[in-house]
Design a binder for this molecule. Structure first.
Ligand code: NI
Length: 170
């Protein structure tokens, strides 16, 4: 297994639209293992392939307290959403240190393939529902800060670029 480099906003590659996985192959198993390792190491609860510069529809999630219930969604699609929506505080491994409110459906039902290529249906509410919606946005090339005002986004961009410059210098 290997730790993968996580793209950081405003890297333009984060805006790539991912392609469906045609068939689950051995390279996907390696990718899934590496993405899970990378997500756990970064203390995140979700990671989309887009964030590690692989532009296929694949996400990994673990919202469990003990960090031992990995969920793999390949070619996910949302087939039902609740009427209710709420604003939740979100963060993202591609936008470290930034947290802000985004409105999401309270509950969803998603269909996807699992790591073995078998169909699965996920009924989600609470944090898991928010996380799936956030990660699926990544597959469409969308980062959560794009829901915020233009002013906030500009500030976040400036802050991220400054962080990167300081890291390069260090
Ligand atoms: Ni994210």
């Amino acid at each position: 297994m290997a730790l993968l480099n996580i793209l950081r906003y405003p890297d333009p590659r984060l805006h790539t639209v991912a392609k469906p996985v045609v068939s689950v192959e051995p390279r996907h198993r390696t990718l899934i293992a590496d993405m899970l390792e990378t997500m756990y190491e970064a203390k995140g609860i979700g990671l989309a392939a887009t964030q590690v510069d692989v532009h296929e529809r694949l996400i990994v999630i673990d919202t469990s307290e003990d960090r031992n219930q990995p969920l793999v969604l390949i070619n996910p699609r949302i087939v039902w959403t609740s009427a209710g929506r709420h604003v939740n505080e979100e963060g993202c491994l591609s936008v470290p240190g930034i947290y802000d409110g985004v409105e999401r459906f309270d509950a969803i039902r998603a269909e996807a393939l699992d790591a073995d290529g078998r169909g699965q249906t996920i009924e989600a509410d609470g944090l898991l529902a928010v996380c799936i919606q956030h990660e699926m946005d990544h597959l469409l090339g969308k980062v959560f800060v794009e829901y915020l005002s233009a002013l906030k986004r500009t500030r976040i961009k400036t802050k991220m670029l400054k962080q990167l410059r300081e890291e390069v210098r260090a």
